[in-house]
Design a protein around this ligand. Sequence first.
Ligand SMILES: C[S@@+](CC[C@H](N)C(=O)[O-])C[C@H]1O[C@@H](n2cnc3c(N)ncnc32)[C@H](O)[C@@H]1O
Length: 397
Amino acid sequence: MIEVEYAQLVDRLKTAIDREELVTATISQPRSKSSDLRRVKLKPVLLKETYHIQFEYQYERVMKHKNLLRDEAMQELVALLDSFRQGQFQLKSSDVQFQLSKKFKVTFKERQTTAKQVQLTHNREKQYVLPLHEPVPFLIRLGVQSEDGNVKRQKYDKFKQINRFLEFIEDSIKHLPTDRTIRILDFGSGKSYLTFALYHFLHEMKGYDVHITGLDLKKEVIEECAGIARDLGYERLEFLVGDINEYEGESAVDMVVTLHACDVATDMALARAVRWGAKVILSVPCCQKELNRQLDAKPLDVMLQHGLIKERFASLATDSIRAELLGFVGYEAQLLEFIDMEHTPKNILIRAFFTNREASAEERARYMAFKSLLGADPFLERELSDRLVFPAKEDVK
Ligand SMILES: C[S@@+](CC[C@H](N)C(=O)[O-])C[C@H]1O[C@@H](n2cnc3c(N)ncnc32)[C@H](O)[C@@H]1O
Protein backbone atom coordinates (compact mmCIF):
# COMPACT_ATOMS: atom_id res chain seq x y z
CA MET A 1 0.00 0.00 0.00
CA ILE A 2 1.30 3.49 -0.78
CA GLU A 3 0.10 6.88 0.36
CA VAL A 4 -1.59 8.94 -2.34
CA GLU A 5 -3.48 12.24 -2.41
CA TYR A 6 -7.24 12.08 -1.88
CA ALA A 7 -7.70 13.79 -5.28
CA GLN A 8 -5.64 11.02 -6.94
CA LEU A 9 -7.94 8.37 -5.49
CA VAL A 10 -11.05 10.19 -6.73
CA ASP A 11 -9.39 10.60 -10.12
CA ARG A 12 -8.62 6.89 -10.40
CA LEU A 13 -12.18 5.90 -9.48
CA LYS A 14 -13.60 8.43 -11.94
CA THR A 15 -11.46 7.02 -14.76
CA ALA A 16 -12.59 3.50 -13.87
CA ILE A 17 -16.24 4.52 -14.04
CA ASP A 18 -15.88 6.68 -17.17
CA ARG A 19 -14.11 3.90 -19.02
CA GLU A 20 -16.58 1.27 -17.85
CA GLU A 21 -13.81 -0.70 -16.17
CA LEU A 22 -15.84 -1.60 -13.07
CA VAL A 23 -16.57 -5.29 -12.49
CA THR A 24 -17.72 -5.06 -8.85
CA ALA A 25 -16.83 -3.00 -5.79
CA THR A 26 -17.46 -2.95 -2.08
CA ILE A 27 -17.25 0.13 0.14
CA SER A 28 -17.12 -0.85 3.79
CA GLN A 29 -16.09 0.08 7.34
CA PRO A 30 -18.46 2.96 8.17
CA ARG A 31 -16.74 5.84 9.97
CA SER A 32 -19.59 6.10 12.44
CA LYS A 33 -20.05 3.07 14.70
CA SER A 34 -23.73 3.88 15.02
CA SER A 35 -24.28 3.83 11.25
CA ASP A 36 -27.10 1.53 10.21
CA LEU A 37 -25.60 1.34 6.70
CA ARG A 38 -22.95 -1.40 6.85
CA ARG A 39 -21.57 -1.55 3.32
CA VAL A 40 -22.37 -0.60 -0.23
CA LYS A 41 -21.82 -2.86 -3.22
CA LEU A 42 -21.46 -1.56 -6.75
CA LYS A 43 -21.85 -3.25 -10.08
CA PRO A 44 -22.54 -2.09 -13.63
CA VAL A 45 -26.02 -2.73 -15.05
CA LEU A 46 -27.73 -1.97 -18.33
CA LEU A 47 -31.01 -0.10 -18.05
CA LYS A 48 -32.79 0.58 -21.33
CA GLU A 49 -29.48 -0.28 -22.97
CA THR A 50 -27.70 2.52 -21.04
CA TYR A 51 -24.72 1.95 -18.76
CA HIS A 52 -25.57 2.53 -15.09
CA ILE A 53 -23.90 1.69 -11.82
CA GLN A 54 -26.10 -0.16 -9.37
CA PHE A 55 -25.53 0.75 -5.71
CA GLU A 56 -26.70 -1.87 -3.26
CA TYR A 57 -26.96 -0.37 0.23
CA GLN A 58 -26.72 -3.06 2.86
CA TYR A 59 -28.31 -1.80 6.06
CA GLU A 60 -28.50 -3.70 9.31
CA ARG A 61 -31.93 -5.08 8.40
CA VAL A 62 -32.78 -4.10 4.86
CA MET A 63 -31.20 -3.70 1.45
CA LYS A 64 -31.88 -0.81 -0.91
CA HIS A 65 -30.85 -0.30 -4.49
CA LYS A 66 -30.21 2.72 -6.66
CA ASN A 67 -29.20 2.73 -10.33
CA LEU A 68 -27.23 5.80 -11.34
CA LEU A 69 -25.80 7.15 -14.57
CA ARG A 70 -22.02 7.61 -14.69
CA ASP A 71 -21.87 11.23 -13.42
CA GLU A 72 -24.43 10.70 -10.67
CA ALA A 73 -22.64 7.50 -9.69
CA MET A 74 -19.38 9.38 -9.30
CA GLN A 75 -21.05 12.01 -7.09
CA GLU A 76 -22.58 9.25 -4.97
CA LEU A 77 -19.23 7.50 -4.71
CA VAL A 78 -17.49 10.66 -3.49
CA ALA A 79 -20.28 11.14 -0.94
CA LEU A 80 -19.73 7.58 0.28
CA LEU A 81 -16.01 8.20 0.71
CA ASP A 82 -17.01 10.73 3.39
CA SER A 83 -18.67 8.03 5.46
CA PHE A 84 -16.62 4.86 4.83
CA ARG A 85 -12.99 3.97 5.34
CA GLN A 86 -12.34 1.08 3.01
CA GLY A 87 -12.86 0.28 -0.65
CA GLN A 88 -12.19 -2.75 -2.83
CA PHE A 89 -12.68 -2.37 -6.54
CA GLN A 90 -12.38 -5.14 -9.06
CA LEU A 91 -11.67 -3.50 -12.39
CA LYS A 92 -11.29 -5.09 -15.82
CA SER A 93 -7.53 -5.63 -15.56
CA SER A 94 -6.63 -4.69 -12.00
CA ASP A 95 -7.75 -4.85 -8.38
CA VAL A 96 -7.80 -1.58 -6.43
CA GLN A 97 -7.80 -1.43 -2.66
CA PHE A 98 -7.77 1.66 -0.48
CA GLN A 99 -8.08 2.78 3.14
CA LEU A 100 -9.01 6.24 4.35
CA SER A 101 -7.70 7.39 7.70
CA LYS A 102 -9.62 9.52 10.20
CA LYS A 103 -8.10 12.57 8.56
CA PHE A 104 -8.76 11.30 5.04
CA LYS A 105 -5.18 10.24 4.35
CA VAL A 106 -5.32 7.62 1.63
CA THR A 107 -3.33 4.39 1.44
CA PHE A 108 -3.78 2.80 -1.92
CA LYS A 109 -2.79 -0.31 -3.87
CA GLU A 110 -3.47 -1.26 -7.46
CA ARG A 111 -2.50 -4.75 -8.61
CA GLN A 112 -2.64 -5.75 -12.26
CA THR A 113 -4.66 -8.93 -12.93
CA THR A 114 -5.57 -10.97 -15.96
CA ALA A 115 -8.41 -9.40 -17.93
CA LYS A 116 -11.83 -9.96 -16.30
CA GLN A 117 -15.19 -10.04 -18.00
CA VAL A 118 -17.50 -7.14 -17.18
CA GLN A 119 -20.95 -8.69 -16.65
CA LEU A 120 -23.41 -6.06 -17.72
CA THR A 121 -26.51 -7.57 -16.22
CA HIS A 122 -29.86 -6.12 -17.08
CA ASN A 123 -31.76 -4.80 -14.16
CA ARG A 124 -33.40 -7.89 -12.69
CA GLU A 125 -35.86 -6.19 -10.37
CA LYS A 126 -38.65 -6.06 -12.91
CA GLN A 127 -38.56 -9.84 -13.21
CA TYR A 128 -40.08 -10.37 -9.79
CA VAL A 129 -43.82 -10.94 -9.78
CA LEU A 130 -44.14 -8.92 -6.56
CA PRO A 131 -42.55 -5.47 -6.64
CA LEU A 132 -39.18 -5.24 -4.88
CA HIS A 133 -39.52 -1.77 -3.39
CA GLU A 134 -43.25 -1.20 -3.06
CA PRO A 135 -44.98 -2.03 0.21
CA VAL A 136 -47.11 -5.17 -0.10
CA PRO A 137 -49.33 -5.48 3.00
CA PHE A 138 -48.95 -9.23 3.54
CA LEU A 139 -45.16 -9.09 3.07
CA ILE A 140 -44.97 -6.40 5.73
CA ARG A 141 -47.18 -8.38 8.12
CA LEU A 142 -45.09 -11.53 7.61
CA GLY A 143 -41.89 -9.58 8.25
CA VAL A 144 -40.48 -9.96 4.72
CA GLN A 145 -40.65 -6.23 3.98
CA SER A 146 -40.19 -3.28 6.28
CA GLU A 147 -42.96 -0.65 6.39
CA ASP A 148 -41.35 1.36 3.57
CA GLY A 149 -41.52 -1.63 1.22
CA ASN A 150 -37.89 -2.67 1.29
CA VAL A 151 -37.19 -6.37 1.57
CA LYS A 152 -35.35 -7.23 4.79
CA ARG A 153 -31.91 -8.65 4.18
CA GLN A 154 -32.42 -11.89 6.04
CA LYS A 155 -35.74 -12.42 4.20
CA TYR A 156 -34.35 -12.02 0.71
CA ASP A 157 -34.28 -15.76 0.01
CA LYS A 158 -37.88 -16.09 1.15
CA PHE A 159 -38.86 -13.18 -1.10
CA LYS A 160 -37.19 -14.86 -4.08
CA GLN A 161 -38.80 -18.20 -3.22
CA ILE A 162 -42.28 -16.65 -3.07
CA ASN A 163 -41.75 -14.91 -6.39
CA ARG A 164 -40.48 -18.05 -8.04
CA PHE A 165 -43.54 -19.93 -6.84
CA LEU A 166 -45.77 -17.19 -8.23
CA GLU A 167 -44.08 -17.55 -11.62
CA PHE A 168 -45.18 -21.18 -11.65
CA ILE A 169 -48.68 -20.14 -10.58
CA GLU A 170 -48.79 -17.63 -13.44
CA ASP A 171 -47.91 -20.42 -15.88
CA SER A 172 -50.62 -22.66 -14.42
CA ILE A 173 -53.54 -20.23 -14.51
CA LYS A 174 -54.67 -21.41 -17.94
CA HIS A 175 -55.49 -24.83 -16.44
CA LEU A 176 -57.90 -23.35 -13.88
CA PRO A 177 -61.64 -22.68 -14.32
CA THR A 178 -62.77 -19.17 -15.22
CA ASP A 179 -66.52 -19.61 -14.74
CA ARG A 180 -66.61 -20.25 -11.00
CA THR A 181 -64.64 -19.90 -7.78
CA ILE A 182 -61.19 -21.46 -8.01
CA ARG A 183 -60.64 -23.76 -5.03
CA ILE A 184 -57.04 -23.98 -3.82
CA LEU A 185 -55.45 -25.84 -0.91
CA ASP A 186 -52.01 -25.22 0.53
CA PHE A 187 -51.01 -28.25 2.58
CA GLY A 188 -48.49 -27.83 5.39
CA SER A 189 -48.81 -24.07 4.98
CA GLY A 190 -46.78 -23.24 8.13
CA LYS A 191 -46.16 -19.51 8.39
CA SER A 192 -48.08 -19.30 5.10
CA TYR A 193 -45.89 -16.98 3.07
CA LEU A 194 -47.01 -18.89 0.03
CA THR A 195 -50.69 -18.99 0.93
CA PHE A 196 -50.82 -15.22 1.38
CA ALA A 197 -48.79 -14.75 -1.81
CA LEU A 198 -51.27 -16.91 -3.74
CA TYR A 199 -54.20 -14.91 -2.48
CA HIS A 200 -52.51 -11.58 -3.10
CA PHE A 201 -51.44 -12.56 -6.60
CA LEU A 202 -54.60 -14.31 -7.81
CA HIS A 203 -57.24 -12.22 -6.06
CA GLU A 204 -55.74 -8.79 -5.37
CA MET A 205 -53.48 -8.51 -8.44
CA LYS A 206 -55.31 -10.60 -11.06
CA GLY A 207 -58.88 -10.27 -9.79
CA TYR A 208 -59.70 -14.02 -9.83
CA ASP A 209 -62.52 -15.40 -7.76
CA VAL A 210 -60.65 -17.71 -5.38
CA HIS A 211 -61.20 -19.57 -2.15
CA ILE A 212 -57.88 -20.58 -0.61
CA THR A 213 -57.27 -22.73 2.45
CA GLY A 214 -53.98 -23.13 4.29
CA LEU A 215 -53.84 -26.27 6.44
CA ASP A 216 -51.24 -27.11 9.05
CA LEU A 217 -50.83 -29.11 12.23
CA LYS A 218 -49.56 -26.13 14.23
CA LYS A 219 -52.44 -24.45 16.02
CA GLU A 220 -50.64 -21.30 17.15
CA VAL A 221 -49.15 -20.59 13.74
CA ILE A 222 -52.51 -21.11 12.06
CA GLU A 223 -54.26 -18.80 14.52
CA GLU A 224 -51.71 -16.10 13.82
CA CYS A 225 -52.17 -16.49 10.06
CA ALA A 226 -55.95 -16.38 10.41
CA GLY A 227 -55.58 -13.13 12.38
CA ILE A 228 -53.41 -11.57 9.68
CA ALA A 229 -55.88 -12.62 6.94
CA ARG A 230 -58.70 -10.98 8.96
CA ASP A 231 -56.71 -7.79 9.47
CA LEU A 232 -55.91 -7.57 5.76
CA GLY A 233 -59.54 -8.17 4.80
CA TYR A 234 -58.65 -11.33 2.84
CA GLU A 235 -62.14 -12.76 3.13
CA ARG A 236 -61.71 -15.79 0.88
CA LEU A 237 -58.49 -16.93 2.55
CA GLU A 238 -58.95 -19.27 5.49
CA PHE A 239 -56.59 -21.18 7.75
CA LEU A 240 -57.38 -24.49 9.37
CA VAL A 241 -55.64 -26.62 11.93
CA GLY A 242 -55.48 -30.23 10.82
CA ASP A 243 -53.62 -33.22 9.46
CA ILE A 244 -53.34 -33.51 5.69
CA ASN A 245 -54.16 -37.19 5.90
CA GLU A 246 -57.37 -36.66 7.82
CA TYR A 247 -58.62 -33.58 6.02
CA GLU A 248 -62.01 -34.41 4.58
CA GLY A 249 -63.48 -30.98 4.00
CA GLU A 250 -63.65 -31.17 0.19
CA SER A 251 -65.23 -33.03 -2.68
CA ALA A 252 -63.39 -31.20 -5.46
CA VAL A 253 -60.34 -28.96 -5.54
CA ASP A 254 -58.77 -27.17 -8.51
CA MET A 255 -55.22 -26.71 -7.31
CA VAL A 256 -53.13 -28.21 -4.53
CA VAL A 257 -49.81 -26.66 -3.53
CA THR A 258 -47.23 -27.69 -0.99
CA LEU A 259 -43.95 -26.07 -0.10
CA HIS A 260 -41.56 -28.15 1.97
CA ALA A 261 -44.13 -30.46 3.51
CA CYS A 262 -41.87 -32.92 5.33
CA ASP A 263 -41.29 -36.49 4.20
CA VAL A 264 -44.50 -38.34 3.28
CA ALA A 265 -46.65 -35.27 4.10
CA THR A 266 -45.94 -34.36 0.47
CA ASP A 267 -47.25 -37.76 -0.66
CA MET A 268 -50.36 -37.38 1.46
CA ALA A 269 -51.01 -34.05 -0.24
CA LEU A 270 -50.42 -35.52 -3.71
CA ALA A 271 -52.79 -38.41 -2.99
CA ARG A 272 -55.48 -36.01 -1.76
CA ALA A 273 -55.01 -33.83 -4.85
CA VAL A 274 -55.48 -36.83 -7.14
CA ARG A 275 -58.65 -37.93 -5.33
CA TRP A 276 -60.15 -34.45 -5.53
CA GLY A 277 -59.36 -34.27 -9.24
CA ALA A 278 -57.08 -31.25 -8.89
CA LYS A 279 -56.25 -29.86 -12.33
CA VAL A 280 -52.97 -28.40 -11.08
CA ILE A 281 -50.50 -29.71 -8.52
CA LEU A 282 -47.44 -27.70 -7.55
CA SER A 283 -45.34 -29.33 -4.90
CA VAL A 284 -41.84 -28.64 -3.62
CA PRO A 285 -40.98 -31.62 -1.43
CA CYS A 286 -38.87 -31.44 1.69
CA CYS A 287 -36.70 -33.97 3.49
CA GLN A 288 -37.17 -37.57 2.37
CA LYS A 289 -36.95 -40.36 4.89
CA GLU A 290 -39.20 -43.17 3.67
CA LEU A 291 -37.15 -44.44 0.73
CA ASN A 292 -33.91 -43.77 2.60
CA ARG A 293 -35.03 -46.41 5.11
CA GLN A 294 -36.19 -48.87 2.46
CA LEU A 295 -33.30 -48.64 -0.02
CA ASP A 296 -31.78 -52.05 -0.61
CA ALA A 297 -30.00 -52.17 -3.94
CA LYS A 298 -26.69 -54.03 -4.00
CA PRO A 299 -25.75 -52.80 -7.51
CA LEU A 300 -25.91 -49.24 -6.17
CA ASP A 301 -23.85 -49.79 -3.04
CA VAL A 302 -20.92 -47.89 -4.53
CA MET A 303 -23.15 -44.84 -4.15
CA LEU A 304 -25.35 -45.82 -1.25
CA GLN A 305 -22.49 -46.60 1.13
CA HIS A 306 -22.09 -42.82 1.50
CA GLY A 307 -24.80 -41.38 3.78
CA LEU A 308 -24.92 -38.05 1.98
CA ILE A 309 -25.22 -39.65 -1.46
CA LYS A 310 -27.83 -42.07 -0.17
CA GLU A 311 -29.91 -39.21 1.20
CA ARG A 312 -29.74 -37.28 -2.07
CA PHE A 313 -30.35 -40.39 -4.13
CA ALA A 314 -33.40 -41.25 -2.01
CA SER A 315 -34.81 -37.75 -2.57
CA LEU A 316 -34.23 -37.80 -6.32
CA ALA A 317 -35.59 -41.33 -6.69
CA THR A 318 -38.64 -40.44 -4.58
CA ASP A 319 -39.47 -37.41 -6.70
CA SER A 320 -39.03 -39.47 -9.86
CA ILE A 321 -41.40 -42.09 -8.44
CA ARG A 322 -43.91 -39.38 -7.52
CA ALA A 323 -43.83 -37.97 -11.04
CA GLU A 324 -44.21 -41.44 -12.53
CA LEU A 325 -47.17 -42.32 -10.31
CA LEU A 326 -48.92 -39.05 -11.15
CA GLY A 327 -48.37 -39.97 -14.79
CA PHE A 328 -50.26 -43.24 -14.19
CA VAL A 329 -53.35 -41.41 -12.92
CA GLY A 330 -53.78 -38.96 -15.78
CA TYR A 331 -51.27 -36.18 -15.05
CA GLU A 332 -48.51 -34.72 -17.19
CA ALA A 333 -45.90 -34.40 -14.48
CA GLN A 334 -42.55 -32.64 -14.70
CA LEU A 335 -39.72 -32.16 -12.24
CA LEU A 336 -38.43 -28.59 -12.50
CA GLU A 337 -35.81 -26.49 -10.76
CA PHE A 338 -37.63 -24.44 -8.17
CA ILE A 339 -34.90 -22.09 -7.05
CA ASP A 340 -31.15 -22.24 -7.48
CA MET A 341 -29.07 -24.28 -5.05
CA GLU A 342 -27.54 -21.13 -3.63
CA HIS A 343 -30.80 -20.48 -1.76
CA THR A 344 -31.98 -23.93 -0.78
CA PRO A 345 -30.98 -27.50 -1.59
CA LYS A 346 -34.69 -28.38 -1.61
CA ASN A 347 -35.03 -27.12 -5.10
CA ILE A 348 -37.16 -29.57 -7.08
CA LEU A 349 -40.71 -28.64 -7.94
CA ILE A 350 -43.17 -31.30 -9.04
CA ARG A 351 -45.56 -29.69 -11.49
CA ALA A 352 -48.48 -31.76 -12.68
CA PHE A 353 -51.40 -30.81 -14.89
CA PHE A 354 -54.33 -33.19 -15.26
CA THR A 355 -54.73 -34.07 -18.94
CA ASN A 356 -56.27 -37.52 -18.53
CA ARG A 357 -53.27 -39.03 -20.26
CA GLU A 358 -52.94 -42.78 -20.64
CA ALA A 359 -49.66 -44.26 -19.46
CA SER A 360 -48.21 -46.94 -21.72
CA ALA A 361 -47.53 -50.53 -20.65
CA GLU A 362 -43.79 -49.82 -21.12
CA GLU A 363 -43.93 -46.93 -18.64
CA ARG A 364 -45.65 -49.14 -16.09
CA ALA A 365 -43.18 -51.97 -16.57
CA ARG A 366 -40.26 -49.53 -16.37
CA TYR A 367 -41.60 -48.23 -13.06
CA MET A 368 -42.00 -51.73 -11.65
CA ALA A 369 -38.43 -52.62 -12.59
CA PHE A 370 -37.09 -49.43 -11.00
CA LYS A 371 -39.01 -50.01 -7.80
CA SER A 372 -37.87 -53.58 -7.58
CA LEU A 373 -34.22 -52.58 -8.14
CA LEU A 374 -34.44 -50.18 -5.19
CA GLY A 375 -36.52 -52.37 -2.90
CA ALA A 376 -38.98 -49.48 -2.71
CA ASP A 377 -42.51 -49.58 -1.36
CA PRO A 378 -43.68 -45.99 -1.96
CA PHE A 379 -46.27 -44.40 0.30
CA LEU A 380 -47.91 -42.66 -2.66
CA GLU A 381 -48.34 -45.92 -4.53
CA ARG A 382 -50.01 -47.50 -1.51
CA GLU A 383 -52.28 -44.46 -1.14
CA LEU A 384 -53.34 -44.62 -4.78
CA SER A 385 -53.41 -48.42 -5.08
CA ASP A 386 -57.10 -48.56 -6.07
CA ARG A 387 -56.37 -46.37 -9.10
CA LEU A 388 -53.17 -48.01 -10.30
CA VAL A 389 -52.88 -50.89 -12.68
CA PHE A 390 -49.56 -52.65 -13.10
CA PRO A 391 -48.43 -55.51 -15.30
CA ALA A 392 -48.10 -58.87 -13.55
CA LYS A 393 -44.66 -59.40 -11.92
CA GLU A 394 -43.77 -62.22 -14.32
CA ASP A 395 -44.31 -59.85 -17.27
CA VAL A 396 -41.75 -57.34 -15.94
CA LYS A 397 -38.29 -58.03 -17.33
C1 LIG B 1 -41.03 -26.98 6.54
S1 LIG B 1 -42.59 -26.38 6.95
C2 LIG B 1 -43.02 -25.46 5.52
C3 LIG B 1 -44.06 -24.42 5.78
C4 LIG B 1 -44.46 -23.56 4.58
N1 LIG B 1 -45.10 -24.33 3.53
C5 LIG B 1 -43.28 -22.79 4.07
O1 LIG B 1 -42.69 -23.24 3.09
O2 LIG B 1 -42.94 -21.77 4.65
C6 LIG B 1 -43.57 -27.84 6.86
C7 LIG B 1 -44.93 -27.65 7.46
O3 LIG B 1 -45.71 -28.84 7.20
C8 LIG B 1 -46.53 -29.06 8.33
N2 LIG B 1 -46.94 -30.48 8.31
C9 LIG B 1 -46.14 -31.58 8.35
N3 LIG B 1 -46.89 -32.71 8.33
C10 LIG B 1 -48.19 -32.31 8.24
C11 LIG B 1 -49.43 -32.99 8.19
N4 LIG B 1 -49.48 -34.32 8.22
N5 LIG B 1 -50.56 -32.27 8.13
C12 LIG B 1 -50.52 -30.92 8.10
N6 LIG B 1 -49.38 -30.21 8.16
C13 LIG B 1 -48.22 -30.89 8.24
C14 LIG B 1 -45.64 -28.70 9.50
O4 LIG B 1 -46.39 -28.40 10.66
C15 LIG B 1 -44.89 -27.48 8.96
O5 LIG B 1 -45.51 -26.26 9.30
